[in-house]
Design a protein around this ligand. Structure first.
Ligand code: KG4
Ligand code: ZN
Length: 332
C-alpha cells in the first residue's frame, strides 16, 4: 500500500510517498527556517501563506521523485492535530481534495503519533512494550506503548517542552533561531561541565520534567558571567542539562515498565548528545534502542505516511468531514 503523507503543522511543508509503512519512495521537505529567522520565531500567518504557496509543488515533486503519477497513490495520510490552525488547514485541504478527486481513503493523523512512527520507518519489527521519549518544540513526555496506537503517559513536562528549553536558552545566550540545532553544533567543541546548571529531578519516583529552573538560571546569568565562558561552553552546558535529565528518566521508565524497546521521537531526538547517550545507556542495560536519523526526527511527512499506514492497516479511515485541531493530547 502506497500512502501519500502530508505535513504542514508548523513551519515545514512536507510530502512523502511511503510503501507499506517502510520504504520512502519520494519525499520533499520545504523548510521556512530562513523566513522565520528574520523574526526570531514562527509567525503563524506568514507560515500559512507560505504553506499555500508551496504545497502543490511539494506534492508534485514528491510524486516525481517516486516516479509515479496520482494513480500511484493508494491512500492519503495528513497531520490534522495539534499545530497552528492556519498552517494545518493548508495540508488538510490539499489532502482532502486529493482524496476526493482520486477516490482514495484518507486518515487524519496526530502529529506526535507521526513522530513516534518515524521509528517504525527505521525498524518495523520493534518489539512491545515500548518506552518512548517524545521531545519536540511543543511536547516533552514519556510514553508507555503496549501495542500499536495505545499510549499511556508516564510523565510529562510541568512547564516548557525540551525543544522550547533549547530555543529559549539559545536566545538568552545570543544564539539565533532555530536554537536547538545551533546549540548542538556549538556544543561539539564546548565543555559540558564548564557551567553548573540546574537539573530538575522532581523526586525519585517522578517521571515528569521541568525546564523552567534552567531557563531562569540562564536568564539570571549576568553579562559578566556570560562573557566569562565561551559560547561553546554555554551551549555544551545547556545541552547537557537538558539531555541528561531526558535520558536518565527514559532509562528509569524503561526499567520500571520492563520495556523491550526504547524509542525517541521529535525534533530534540535529533540531538547528537541525546542520540549517543541513549544508545550507550541502552546498550549497558541490554535494551534495544531505536532512534530515527536526524532528518526523520524533525518534522517530515514520511512519518505521517507511516503512522497513517498502521491505522489504515487496522481498518481505520477518517470521514472527509474531519477538522483541524490546535491542541490535542495523544493520551492522558
Ligand atoms: O518535532 P519538531 O521538528 O517540531 C515540533 O513538532 O515541535 O521539533 C522542533 C524542536 C525545536 O525546538 C528545535 O530547536 C529542536 O526540536 N531541535 C533540536 C535539534 N534539532 C531540532 N534540539 C536539539 N538538538 C538538535 N539537533
Ligand atoms: Zn514535530
Amino acid at each position: 500500500m502506497r500512502v501519500l503523507g502530508i505535513e504542514s503543522s508548523c513551519d515545514e511543508t512536507a510530502a512523502a510517498l511511503v510503501e507499506d509503512g517502510r520504504a520512502v519512495l519520494g519525499q520533499v521537505i520545504a523548510s521556512q527556517i530562513d523566513l522565520h529567522a528574520v523574526t526570531g520565531g514562527v509567525v503563524p500567518e506568514v507560515a500559512s501563506r507560505h504553506h499555500v504557496e508551496r504545497i502543490n509543488a511539494v506534492i508534485a515533486e514528491t510524486l516525481a521523485k517516486a516516479g509515479v503519477g496520482f494513480d500511484g497513490i493508494d491512500a492519503i495520510a495528513v497531520a490534522n492535530r495539534p499545530g497552528l490552525l492556519g498552517a494545518l488547514l493548508v495540508g488538510v485541504s490539499a489532502a482532502k481534495a486529493l482524496a476526493y478527486a482520486l477516490k482514495r481513503p484518507i486518515i487524519a493523523v496526530h502529529h506526535i503519533e507521526a513522530h513516534i512512527y518515524a521509528n517504525f520507518l527505521v525498524d518495523p519489527s520493534i518489539a512491545f512494550p515500548v518506552v518512548c521519549l517524545v521531545a519536540s518544540g511543543g511536547h516533552s513526555e514519556l510514553l508507555l506503548i503496549e501495542r500499536h496506537g495505545h499510549y499511556t503517559v508516564l510523565g510529562r513536562t510541568r512547564d516548557d517542552a525540551a525543544g522550547e528549553a533549547f530555543d529559549k536558552s539559545a536566545r538568552l545566550i545570543g544564539i539565533g533561531y532555530p536554537g536547538g540545532i545551533e546549540i548542538d553544533r556549538l556544543a561539539k567543541t564546548g565543555n559540558p561541565k564548564a557551567i553548573r546548571l540546574p537539573r530538575a529531578r522532581l523526586g525519585a519516583e517522578s517521571l515528569d520534567f521541568s525546564f523552567s529552573g534552567l531557563k531562569t538560571a540562564v536568564l539570571n546569568a549576568t553579562r559578566a558571567e556570560l562573557a566569562e565562558h565561551s559560547i561553546e561552553d554555554w551551549a555544551a552546558s545547556i545541552q547537557a542539562a537538558i539531555v541528561d535529565v531526558l535520558v536518565a528518566k527514559t532509562m528509569i521508565a524503561a526499567r520500571r515498565h520492563n520495556a523491550a524497546t526504547v524509542l525517541a521521537a521529535g525534533g530534540v531526538a535529533a540531538n547528537s548528545r541525546l542520540q549517543a547517550a541513549l544508545r550507550e545507556q541502552c546498550e549497558d542495560a541490554c535494551l534495544r534502542c531505536v532512534i530515527p536519523p536526524p532528518p526523520l526526527c524533525t518534522d517530515n511527512a514520511a512519518m505521517v505516511a507511516c503512522a497513517g499506514f498502521y491505522r489504515l492497516k487496522a481498518g481505520e479511515v477518517t470521514p472527509l468531514t474531519f477538522d483541524t485541531i490546535a491542541s490535542a493530547e495523544l493520551a492522558r
